[in-house]
Ligand binder design. Structure first.
Ligand code: MTE
Length: 331
C-alpha cells in the first residue's frame, strides 16, 4: 500500500512551528521528526533558535578533531562591511545533512576522519585521476578572504576563509574544451555519517556551476577558517564557497570534481525543484515559496539586516548573467 508521508518542504508556512511545539504536536522523537522535515522546516523553526542554546543537544564531543594553524596572505579585494561572526558560532551552527538535520551537529561531525583525503577529477578531463589533498595543497595559491555567507534559510555569517580560487583547481583538473559545467560531490559514507539513514534524501550531496562561474574570481575553495584548517562540521578538508549564491551551493567534504556538458541536478533540486534550482543567486526581491528573502539574521548577534542582491557582490558577478535573463537565476 502506498503511504504518502508529507515532507518538510510540503508543509505550508502557516503550519510550520518551532521544533519544540512540533515535537509535542506530532509526538515524534527528535530524529524522527527532523528526518522527515528537510530544509523548509529547519528554516521555519530551528533557524530562530540561537546557536548557543543548542550547544549541548548531542552532548559535548568526546574529542575535538585537532585543527592545524593555517595562515595566508589576506586578499583585500573583498570587504565584508560587517563584523566577522564569532568563531564559536560559525563552527557550532551548521548545515550538514549527512550528519543530522539539526544545526548543532558539530559533535557528530567530529568523528569524521579527514586525513588522509583525496579528490578525483572525473568526466570531461584530459586525464581522469585522483590527487591527494596534501599534494593539492602544495600546488594551490593560498589566500585569506573575508566574505559574507548567506543561507537560503535567511541567516548569514561573515567568515574569514582560507583557501584558493576555484579557477586554480579547474586549471589543474585540465577540463576538455567541450565541458560546460563543473560538478562537486561530497563524501557519502553511511558508516561515518549518521544522518544518511534518512529515507528522504538522495545521496551523495551534489552541486554544480557553469564553467564561467567557476572561472570567476569570487568562486573559492575553502580549506581553512579563522586561521586554522577547516573543522569537519564546516566541510573539512575542502568545501566550495560561492559568496553570491545561497549557502546550499557550498558542497562540503569534496571527493569529486567533475566536468560535463549537461546541466547537473543538485541534491536540493532533486528533493524540491520548485524551491531550489541550479542558479540560486541571492536576491532579496525573489522570495522563497515559503518565506521572504528580504532580510537576514546575523548568527552570533541575531541582528536582522537587509539582504543585498548577489549578496552584495554584484560588481564581481552580475555581468556573468547578462545574457541569461530567461533563466530562473534567483532560486
Ligand atoms: N554540504 C553537504 N555535503 N551537506 C550539506 O548538508 N549544507 C549546505 C552547505 N553544504 C550541506 C553542504 C547548506 S544548506 C549550507 S547553508 C552550508 O553548507 C552551511 O555551511 P556552514 O555549516 O559551514 O555554515
Amino acid at each position: 500500500m502506498h503511504v504518502h508521508r508529507r515532507r518538510g518542504w510540503e508543509i505550508p508556512e502557516s503550519e510550520a512551528t518551532p521544533e519544540s511545539a512540533a515535537l509535542a504536536r506530532h509526538g515524534l522523537a527528535r530524529r524522527g521528526l527532523l528526518g522527515a522535515a528537510g530544509f523548509g522546516a529547519i528554516a521555519a523553526g530551528l533557524a530562530t533558535r540561537p546557536a548557543e542554546a543548542a550547544w549541548n543537544l548531542f552532548g559535548a564531543p568526546a574529542k575535538l578533531q585537532p585543527l592545524k594553524p593555517l595562515t595566508a596572505k589576506h586578499d583585500d579585494r573583498y570587504v565584508a562591511g560587517r563584523a566577522i561572526t564569532p568563531e564559536m558560532n560559525a563552527t557550532t551552527y551548521n548545515n550538514y545533512y549527512e550528519f543530522s538535520d539539526s544545526k548543532n551537529l558539530y559533535a557528530l561531525a567530529q568523528a569524521l576522519p579527514v586525513d588522509p583525503w583525496s579528490i578525483e577529477f572525473t568526466g570531461m578531463v584530459a586525464r581522469p585521476r585522483k590527487i591527494a589533498f596534501d599534494d593539492l595543497m602544495k600546488q594551490m595559491p593560498l589566500e585569506e578572504r573575508v566574505t559574507r555567507h548567506r543561507c537560503v534559510e535567511a541567516w548569514a555569517m561573515t567568515v574569514p576563509w582560507i583557501g584558493f580560487p576555484l579557477a586554480a583547481l579547474v586549471k589543474l583538473a585540465e577540463p576538455l574544451g567541450s565541458a560546460r559545467y563543473v560538478t562537486f560531490t561530497s563524501l557519502a559514507d553511511p558508516k561515518q555519517m549518521p544522518g544518511m539513514d534518512s529515507p528522504f534524501y538522495t545521496w551523495p550531496y551534489l552541486e554544480g556551476v557553469t564553467m564561467a562561474e567557476a572561472a570567476n574570481d569570487l568562486a573559492f575553495i575553502s580549506v581553512g577558517m579563522y586561521g586554522k584548517t577547516l573543522p569537519p562540521q564546516n566541510g573539512a578538508p575542502l568545501r566550495l564557497t560561492l559568496p553570491w549564491k545561497y549557502g546550499f551551493k557550498h558542497a562540503k567534504a569534496l571527493v569529486k570534481i567533475g566536468f560535463t556538458d549537461k546541466r547537473p541536478r543538485s541534491f536540493w533540486e532533486n528533493l524540491a525543484p520548485s524551491e531550489y534550482g541550479f542558479w540560486a543567486n541571492v536576491n532579496p526581491a525573489v522570495p522563497h515559496p515559503r518565506w521572504s528573502q528580504a532580510q537576514e539574521r546575523l548568527i552570533g548577534t541575531s541582528e536582522v539586516v537587509p539582504t543585498q542582491i548577489w549578496n552584495g557582490y554584484g560588481e564581481f558577478v552580475a555581468s556573468m548573467y547578462d545574457g541569461l535573463k530567461k533563466e530562473r537565476l534567483f532560486a
